[in-house]
Design a protein. Sequence first.
Length: 228
Amino acid sequence: MSAVKTLEAVARDRVGKGAARAVRRQGQVPAVIYGGGQPPQSIAVDLIRTRTLIYAGGFKTTLFEINAGGTKVRAIPRDFQLDPVSGVPLHVDFLRVVSGQTVTVEVPVHFVNEDAAPGIKKLGGTLNIVAHTLTLDVAPDQIPDAIEVDLTGRQIGDVIHVSDIKIPAGTHTGAPTDPVANIVPPTVLGAEVEAEEAAIAEAQSAEAADDKAEESAEDGEKKDGEEA
């Protein structure tokens, strides 16, 4: 399970675009804590710390103890905004969590023991991943770091469903029959790649032909102009 991480913050009295810009100029990220039957609380968190946490992965499945002005609040990130050009965090929304509450989170799926899958190791099959994450309803302090899928003994043609997986904590929000991955023969994905490469080559060839035709037309116009 993910450990509770501490996050230092400062309370914000002013809100709005102007106030948010002022916070960012000070090397901080504007944020808000909401939910839990209490009014929203505007805060600011350190930019470098926040950026590191976001890009380290698992940010939205981590429970934080936020210390804002001596008041500690447990919350989990629900959303964040990044600058579309620089990737710098612009805003974070935290959901306040209370005892007995569950949250809905996307937990990554990790596949292990691929070398122990005969369909992959011996027969050259390919693991085709259908779901890279699974959505769980889970207590905030029991959110798994990841859900492991054991590939031991898997053969070509095997389909792995949610019902085949041991979920460490919480409840999957989808159906037990939802596929997570399957093992396909080596020629299946290979044929798809070949078809895609052929389509790209054809498109490039057509584009080159169009460019050549345009150049020829331009040369003809220049020649006519010189003769005139």
